[in-house]
Design a protein around this ligand. Structure first.
Ligand code: FAD
Length: 389
């Protein structure tokens, strides 16, 4: 275990987790080398919705970490770093069927139990505050104090503030083993890079690096962006999350994830556009959008907000989340090493959790106490599954 602050670090991956860790390590005075196989925010971080949200989190360690995640966004917005790139808003979870109402009642109770400010809206309040919402909405729960941020903007802000330049097109092949239980750096296609500590924040790329193919799986999501519709956008006091989203994500115990689930989220962006998503598909091809998925997303969106029918779709895109078989991310020391760490497996929660995890990992790597409890996320729980040792 490093007893003092390391002088140098090499970080593999410049998504939101790698960029946040770089930023917080530089705050500890560490000199950071940041490598990416492609470029900053080239993978999930650049293809995400961007909900900074507790609303859909499963009760337990994820909900607790997400509360700290949202609080950190608010703190960084208040102190200036994120002031212009974090949008504060509520999330409105909308149930339209008996099954969704049942899940939403249970979920609202769990959120309230965790200290989240939630409000069950009566039908009259819904009509007054959210006139755009369809009358199909049978139960609406407002989750207060949430927000939205665009992943690649957060990455850019962290890197600029840290003064770190990413070495692009630098895929890391392996961790370079040093004496005893120490990592000496990493091996790239262009040779070795030595450092006092190694951080693997390579999203789905972490599977091959750490031989975790049986633990990490890519989960595709397709998203849509509309043209600007300022009047409709302004009439929406926050984002809409359908009760189906909780079902597709398995946010409540007993919630089942289906092979090609659809959980609808409609986010009114600052630009006046709408970001609408998305699917959960258990495979690793993100090259395409398909008409079936795009059609289903649009049909569900129009069913909840009928006026979207006259708003044109501008583009569709897809990204790959990194899912862990037990539903919790992997954050902490890599088994077998004293000075190598991993942070991956954030599935659909990494925009919310990236900054707070980056800060915690920087503390851990510098021998300080992390501000969030990382024990539920310890990689050692998969030590038998082939985590590099
Ligand atoms: C459709 C979709 C919607 C989402 N919506 C939300 C949301 O609303 N809210 C939320 O909180 N989260 C959301 N997420 C999840 C979030 O985007 C991810 O959890 C988060 O971006 C993961 O960040 P990361 O840094 O761990 O990984 P990534 O962003 O995947 O970054 C990993 C980086 O590592 C690099 N890399 C890989 N292998 C190597 C290697 N061998 N050497 C060097 N570099 C390597 C890659 O090129 C990449 O740049 C969504 C994701 C998707 C796909």
């Amino acid at each position: 275990m490093p007893v003092s602050t390391p002088a140098t670090a090499v970080i593999v991956g410049s998504g939101i987790v790698g960029a946040a860790t770089a930023y917080f390590l530089t705050q500890h005075g560490v000199k950071v080398t940041l490598l990416d196989a492609v470029a900053p925010a080239a993978e999930a971080t650049g293809a995400a919705d961007g909900a900074v949200s507790v609303a859909s989190k499963r009760p337990g360690p994820m909900m607790t970490a997400a509360l700290s995640g949202v609080a950190l966004y608010r703190e960084l917005a208040a102190t200036g770093l994120f002031s212009d790139i974090f949008k504060s808003r509520s999330t409105f979870i909308v149930a339209a069927s008996n099954e969704e109402c049942e899940v939403l009642h249970a979920h609202a109770a769990a959120l309230a139990g965790a200290g989240v400010r939630v409000e069950l809206l009566a039908a009259a309040d819904v009509r007054q505050r959210f006139s755009a919402l369809s009358t199909q909405a049978r139960l609406v729960v407002e989750v207060h104090d949430e927000g939205h941020a665009i992943g690649y903007q957060i990455v850019h802000r962290f890197l600029t503030a840290a003064g770190v330049t990413v070495r692009r097109a630098s895929p890391v092949r392996s961790i370079l083993t040093g004496d005893g239980r120490c990592a000496a750096g990493v091996v790239t296609q262009d040779g070795e890079i030595r450092a006092d500590i190694v951080i693997v924040a390579a999203g789905n790329g972490s599977a091959e690096l750490l031989r975790l193919e049986n633990v990490l799986t890519p989960r595709k999501g397709q998203l849509l962006v509309t043209e600007r519709a300022p009047a409709l956008n302004a009439s929406m006091p926050g984002s809409i999350m359908s009760g189906r989203y909780l079902l597709s994500k398995g946010s409540q115990k007993g919630g089942v994830t289906v092979p090609r689930g659809l959980g609808l989220v409609i986010d009114p962006l600052r630009t006046g556009q709408f970001l609408i998503g998305g699917t959960r598909e258990d495979h690793g091809s993100r090259q395409t959008n398909d008409l079936d998925a795009v059609g289903r997303i649009l049909r569900h969106a129009v069913a909840l907000v009928p006026k979207l029918a006259s708003v044109r779709l501008l583009r569709s895109f897809a990204g790959l989340r990194t899912a862990v078989v037990d539903g919790l991310p992997l954050v902490g020391r890599i088994p077998g090493y004293e000075n190598a760490f991993v942070a991956t497996g954030f599935e659909g929660d990494g925009i919310c959790l990236g900054p707070v995890v980056g800060r915690a990992l920087a503390s851990l790597a510098c021998g300080a106490e992390p501000a969030i409890d990382l024990r539920p996320f310890a990689p050692s729980r998969f030590a038998d599954h082939g985590v590099v040792a």
